[in-house]
Ligand binder design. Structure first.
Ligand SMILES: [Zn+2]
Length: 154
């Protein structure tokens, strides 16, 4: 297994009227000369989780960081006018959180970051502050610890 210490969140940077299936993403990335979709997970607007590259395979989503990271992408990230915007649907937010909880179980030391937080990246991707997600994850974690302690004391 490769060492994973980063989970990087991306958006497709597409407008609300554009629908991108995993197949289309796959084609776009192949056109760039990649083997297949560069992300490991893709979440469409309907909240559906699609499997891109297997986790053991190095991704193609964050230059200089691919070797030890997992790449997650959600469909959207631009408003009608093409400006960066958090367009995540409630279903997408839920799917993202569920996926992150599961990944954190497999890679407890992995840090969750937005693409734009990586050094040298000058993009708005993923169009929302991932720090919010980190807070949410921390709260979920504390709730779980709390629950476990309660169960033990019963
Ligand atoms: Zn990105």
């Amino acid at each position: 297994m490769r060492r994973i210490d980063l989970i990087v969140i991306h958006c497709t940077a597409s407008r609300p009227d554009q629908h991108l299936t995993l197949g289309m993403l796959d084609q776009m990335h192949k056109a760039r000369g990649w083997k297949c979709c560069g992300y490991h997970y893709y979440i469409t607007r309907d909240g559906q989780l699609h499997f891109g590259r297997p986790e053991e395979m190095v991704g193609a989503h964050a230059r200089h960081y691919n070797a030890h990271s997992i790449g997650i992408c959600y469909e959207g990230g631009l408003d009608e006018k093409g400006r960066a915007a958090d367009t995540r649907t409630p279903a997408q937010k839920q799917a993202l959180l569920t996926l992150l909880v599961s990944l954190k179980q497999d890679y407890p030391d992995a840090e969750i970051v937005g693409h734009c937080e990586l050094e040298g990246v000058h993009k708005a991707c993923p169009s929302f502050p991932v720090s919010e997600l980190r807070v949410q994850m921390k709260q979920l974690w504390e709730k779980r610890i709390h629950k476990a302690a309660e169960d033990l004391s019963e």
